[in-house]
Design a protein around this ligand. Structure first.
Ligand code: C2E
Ligand code: MG
Ligand code: MG
Length: 746
């Protein structure tokens, strides 16, 4: 006889009100055992079932999980005791209440009560739903499964299911996912997390046609701190950098650390290059302030590369590549600056690699030389000494600026040999000059950190026969790690040799006046960025320079103002009692042979000669741009440009007041009005000021959005290199031009 398996379909028949201490499964299994069955198979089946029920009972008692069932309207018909206890209720109290009431709506990841409501209403099965328990602080989570139950005729009669507590598991998952998304040192988002955010952000912003900027930051000279003060100090420094970055960015964007000393910042809805430039400058200045690490004062800098979506790319790869190239350019441009991405950077990155290769051979090919710029007594015009400035005459490219090749030499590990060469050459040149003439040689931070420097200096002096007091070493403040024993020892060793020490580029953002009192300098050189624009009304530089001069005098140090070009600047600097001046107003650097002639009489006096007034940076250039007037597009030349206007050449008889749209390429359009007009040249004024591109150039604040161009019917899957059409204006053929261009035959 075939035995029917025992069914416990209708749990309603069990009396839950009983105070019997036996559990539900215990009671059922004993009831089954009491049932009279006569066949052996039935016995076996009963035994199996009762065994299963006892196991379930044991399981319930271990509190590893719980069981539940509902009737067809969703009210609880059974719930494990232990669960009721957790809910601070009795089993009896919970019976008859809606199952859904055990859970709460959760904002955390997991499944919400609302999802469960939906599933129950559809009478669908569900497996391991993560639900938040509706208890106390809400910190408890369950994984719940359920299966709909049908009667013999297939009618839904309720649910049965189980659940277990997964609070601990979720906590550790959360913790490990937090660890996976955050940088454990600084607490900032890490590379994985920020790339995810960037991707999500880009796809959302693309749909909504919004913009977003990314900044890549790389700390300058961080390696030096790490090497000198050790990794622990390096870590501490990174933490402080992270804090300053968070302060600078605030709620504007998200800051992350993507590797060693590299950071990435995402800024949604940001395309204004003026604002981005200001923000970058604020970051650069904040990060360049001295840090106190392990009782030592140290200074680092930062370079920033910026790319903006959709202009510079629409995918995260394109944007990162763009920002990376821009960062590279910022570093190549002399560090401590920002750079916007532009398409010509792809070429410059290649150029730099080639330059690096060429620089390796420059010394042996005799392509390097030293030029000497006089340092003049501000009162009487007598030249007291010269600064040796390295020149590279590239066989194909001609002269290359040290501002370009010195950073390359530093990165490519070539600076020590270049520096040693400069030291030797400067000393051997200087012995040929009159005795009262000094020579100043620039020493890179990398040379300064090299223990061999004092012996190299001694050797250069010995071989050339130059007296130590005629040699001055120019050191930039960036190398100082105040309190570091190495620095102190280097200073002491150099002073013992008897050479003079000058603090170069003072005023570039991180100078500490108090530090000057302890460092053994003979001279402070006030950086030209500090001098530049100081004659413009409202500048506070005068007061600061006056303070520096007073302190220097008290400490018996000389002062030199660098980069004086105009007569008004010279007058101003004299009024401030700066003792020496170095600048084009006296002389540019001259070749060694020329210098020999100039000093042969034993004294060299120069008369200042320069423009009367310093002019707001007006950059000379020769650049072809498009000028659009009504529906005509003309090709014109820009001869010089400033933030507020430009001199345009190529059109004749343009009335004053005429409006143009100047197209500088890459979507950069500027509205301009003709203010002066003379034959083929017009002075134009921009409606909105141009802004610094971070590298001595200018750019428009905003660019024409590719979205706009797309809405005019162009497809933009991704921005190709030649994305922006030369002219995005109406076809010029349908009307006559208003102006003649220089090349037109009249
Ligand atoms: P620096 O040591 O601050 O040198 C002064 C720079 O200012 C020189 O630029 C000089 O030509 C420029 N200058 C002087 N007067 C004026 C002026 O009136 N107007 C303007 N606009 N500029 C003026 P240069 O020769 O291009 O050198 C740039 C930097 O390259 C130097 O800045 C120095 O940091 C570095 N450098 C040059 N030669 C050497 C070298 O032999 N070794 C090392 N390590 N660095 C060097
Ligand atoms: Mg110098
Ligand atoms: Mg300088």
């Amino acid at each position: 006889m075939k035995s029917e398996p025992l069914k416990i379909e209708d749990s309603q028949e069990i009396d839950f009100s009983s105070n019997d201490s036996q559990s539900f499964f215990g009671r059922i299994s004993s009831r089954i055992l009491n049932q009279k069955e006569d066949s052996k198979t039935a016995d076996l089946s009963i035994l199996k079932t009762s065994e299963a029920l006892l196991l379930l009972q044991n399981y319930e008692e271990t509190r590893q999980g719980w069981f539940w069932s509902t009737d067809k309207v969703g009210n609880i018909t059974y719930i494990t005791d232990s669960l009721a206890e957790v809910m601070n209720q009795s089993q009896q109290e919970l019976i008859g209440t809606p199952f859904l009431e055990l859970f709460r709506e959760s904002k955390d990841q997991g499944c919400s009560e609302r999802t469960l409501r939906f599933i129950l209403a559809k009478q669908s099965p569900f497996d391991q739903l993560q639900l938040q328990a509706d208890i106390g602080d809400g910190g408890r989570w369950w994984s719940v499964s359920g299966k709909p139950q049908l009667d013999k005729s297939g009618n839904f009669i309720g649910y049965r299911g189980n659940g277990k507590d997964i609070t601990a598991q979720r906590r550790s998952e959360n913790e490990s996912s937090r660890l996976a998304m955050f940088d454990s040192l600084t607490g900032l988002a890490n590379r994985t997390s920020i790339s995810k955010t960037l991707q999500t952000m880009l796809s959302t912003l693309k749909q909504q046609k919004r913009t977003c900027a990314i900044m890549l930051l790389d700390l300058d000279r961080f390696k030096q701190v790490n090497d000198t003060l050790g990794h622990l100090a390096g870590d501490e420094l990174l933490k402080q950098v992270a804090k300053r970055l968070l302060n600078a960015i605030g709620k504007r964007g998200e800051v992350s650390r993507i590797g060693g000393d590299e950071f990435e910042i995402l800024l949604p809805d940001c395309e204004d290059r003026g604002e981005l430039g200001q923000l970058s400058n604020a970051i650069i200045s904040s990060l360049s302030q001295p840090y106190s690490v392990d009782g030592c004062r140290c200074i680092i800098g930062v370079s920033i590369g910026i790319a903006i979506s959709p202009f510079d790319g629409m995918t995260s790869e394109d944007l990162i590549t763009g920002a990376d190239l821009a960062l590279y350019a910022a570093k190549a441009g002399g560090r401590g600056r920002f750079h916007f991405f532009s398409k010509d950077l792809q070429q410059s990155a290649k150029d730099r690699r080639i330059l690096e290769e060429d620089l390796r051979d420059a010394l042996s090919n005799d392509e390097l030389s030293l030029s000497y710029q006089p340092i003049v007594n501000a009162k009487d015009g007598v030249v007291r000494g010269v600064e040796a400035l390295m020149r590279w005459n590239h066989p194909e490219r001609g002269p290359i600026s040290p501002a370009v090749f010195i950073p390359i030499a530093e990165d490519a590990n070539l600076i020590k040999s270049l520096g040693e060469w400069a030291l030797n050459r400067a000393c051997s040149d200087a012995v040929k000059w009159p005795n009262n003439f000094r020579v100043a040689v620039n020493v890179s931070p990398i040379q300064f950190a090299d223990e061999k420097l004092p012996s190299l200096v001694l050797k250069a002096l010995k071989v050339s026969g130059l007296k130590a007091e005629r040699l001055e070493l120019e050191i930039t403040e960036s190398v100082f790690l105040e309190g570091s024993e190495k620095t102190e020892k280097m200073f002491a060793d150099l002073k013992e040799i008897g050479v003079r020490l000058a603090l170069d580029d003072f005023g570039t953002g991180y100078s500490s006046l108090s530090y000057l009192q302890t460092a053994p300098f003979d001279k402070i050189k006030i950086d030209q960025s500090f001098v530049r624009g100081a004659t413009i009304p409202g500048s506070r530089n005068s007061a600061i320079i006056a303070a520096i001069v007073a302190l220097a005098e008290a400490l018996d140090m000389e002062t030199t103002a660098e980069g004086i070009e105009a007569m008004d600047e010279l007058e101003w600097i004299r009024d401030l009692n700066v003792s020496h001046v170095q600048g084009y107003v006296y002389s540019m650097a001259v070749q060694a042979e020329e210098l020999l002639l100039l000093v042969k009489n034993g004294e060299w006096i120069v008369n200042p000669n320069g423009p009367a007034k310093f002019r707001q940076d007006r950059v000379s250039m020769y650049r072809k741009v498009q000028a659009v007037h009504e529906n005509h597009c003309y090709s014109v030349m820009i001869r010089n440009i400033s933030a507020t206007g430009a001199l345009m050449e190529g059109l004749s008889e343009v009335p004053v007041g005429t409006k143009f749209v100047i197209d500088f390429g890459d979507g950069q359009l500027a509205l301009a009005v003709v203010r002066r007009s003379e034959k083929l040249q017009q002075g134009i004024e921009f409606e909105e000021r141009l802004v610094s591109d971070g590298n001595g150039g200018l750019c428009t604040r905003r660019r024409v959005s590719p979205y706009l161009i797309a809405s005019a019917g162009m497809h933009i899957p991704n921005i190709p290199a030649d994305f922006y059409p030369t002219s995005i204006y109406p076809n010029p053929l349908n009307s006559l031009p208003a102006f003649y261009s220089a090349n037109d035959k009249r």
